[in-house]
Design a protein around this ligand. Structure first.
Ligand SMILES: NC(=O)c1ccc[n+]([C@@H]2O[C@H](COP(=O)([O-])OP(=O)(O)OC[C@H]3O[C@@H](n4cnc5c(N)ncnc54)[C@H](OP(=O)(O)O)[C@@H]3O)[C@@H](O)[C@H]2O)c1
Length: 344
């Protein structure tokens, strides 16, 4: 074998917490693209909580996963071999790839990465990505904050939550409360992202902390976590509150042993609405979201932050780390260096 392609294959599907033991390092020949495919050198690999969900035997969406398969993940990279004139070698693209140094991508699912001045490739991974669509449409279409509202956001220092906090500030609300798992995160949310209050859910009684931070009750809750936090918020919602159910990270690692929600009846008592959604429902409207995010970024009203780890070897620990809260912002693996003109 000449230069090998290094990749992570699934060793086993976790039944509880995902760990590096669930993955197996492999060195194999570089794959050759078939008709309708591209060969891409991976520059950045996205590490996301949903990848834990994909590994569940009963996952109902996402790529199929089984022991032995390459671990799937979204990638940004450089075309090395192409079967399409529209995607020439050297072009920067993004699409559903794998935890690999090189992977073949189906042309039908690949997008060119636009060359926007002042936006390095790394910023695309946190600002012009599925997490950004999730934040944008979940907040602005599902939850629809009003100027008099108290807005609460959980997992607020993560990829989605940190954008929701900034977008809530931009779109206007009376009070903005962020929930996150460390003092460093809470400080960043208050001092840099503009939250009025930040709650460290790991060191406080979440109910008492919400009472103190939201004296007028809660009008909008952007939920990234589910579980006890959702229950505590439900107990404090105002009439006609809106809850955007974006994710349930507190359940993903629990092997199906989560307790049910106790305060669901509050939706009826407060004539409130809780609505789940998927970013995939909004892909056709990505341009609308991205043009606004780009404008806010140019105006300095929205910042991107990545938890950047160098080397493909880090991917399994990075996924496990998300569940320990080790990231601030979007978790990204730098698999190979970006082209010089696209570097930060
Ligand atoms: N609906 C959609 O289309 C869509 C799309 C993308 C993502 N999502 C969902 O949105 C949520 C956030 O995703 P993300 O990409 O922002 O994730 P992320 O950047 O990886 O951040 C997730 C954060 O969640 C917190 N967390 C981990 N375990 C937790 C637990 N047991 N209880 C409470 N918080 C916990 C951690 O921070 P702390 O230090 O604060 O604990 C972690 O950093 C996830 O539930 C994800 O599945 C949904």
């Amino acid at each position: 074998m000449n230069t090998p392609n290094r990749l992570w294959r699934i060793a086993s599907q976790p039944t509880d917490a995902v760990s590096p033991r669930n993955f197996r390092w492999s060195e194999e020949p570089i794959p050759q693209p078939r008709e309708g495919e591209l060969l891409v050198r991976v520059v950045y690999l996205s590490i996301d909580p949903v990848q834990r969900y994909w590994l569940s035997p009963d996952a109902t969406f996402g790529p199929p996963t089984q022991a032995g398969m390459p671990m799937p993940g979204r990638v940004w990279g450089v075309v090395e071999q192409s079967t399409s004139l529209a995607f020439p070698p050297g072009m920067l693209v993004a699409g559903p790839g794998a935890w690999a140094e090189r992977c073949t991508l189906p042309l039908a699912m690949v997008e060119p990465v636009p060359a926007w001045p002042g936006v390095p490739l790394l910023a695309h991974t946190s600002l012009f990505c599925m997490q950004a669509l999730t934040a944008y449409f979940g907040l602005l279409e599902i939850a629809r904050p009003r100027p008099t509202d108290t807005v609460v956001v959980s997992a607020a220092a993560g990829a989605v939550g940190s954008l929701v906090v900034q977008m809530a500030r931009i779109s206007g609300c009376a009070r903005l409360v962020a929930i996150a798992g460390s003092e460093e995160k809470c400080r960043w949310l208050r001092e840099q992202l503009g939250a009025d209050a930040a709650i460290n859910y790991k060191t406080s009684d979440i109910g008492a902390a919400l009472d103190a931070a939201c004296p007028g009750g809660i009008d909008v809750y952007y939920d990234n976590v589910g579980g006890e936090t959702l229950d505590a918020v439900l107990a404090r919602i105002n009439a006609h509150a809106r809850i955007a159910c974006g994710g349930f990270i507190s359940h993903y690692n629990d092997g199906g042993h989560s307790q049910g929600i106790r305060n669901f009846q509050m939706l009826a008592l407060k004539q409130a609405r809780a609505e789940g959604f998927s970013c995939f429902d909004y892909v056709a409207r990505a341009e609308e979201a991205f043009s606004n995010i780009r404008r806010w970024h140019e105006q300095g009203r929205i910042t991107s932050r990545t938890h950047l780890l160098k080397g493909l070897g880090q991917a399994p620990a990075a996924l496990a780390g998300i569940f320990a809260g080790s990231n601030i912002g979007k978790t990204v693996i730098e698999v190979s260096p970006p082209p010089v003109e696209n570097a930060a």
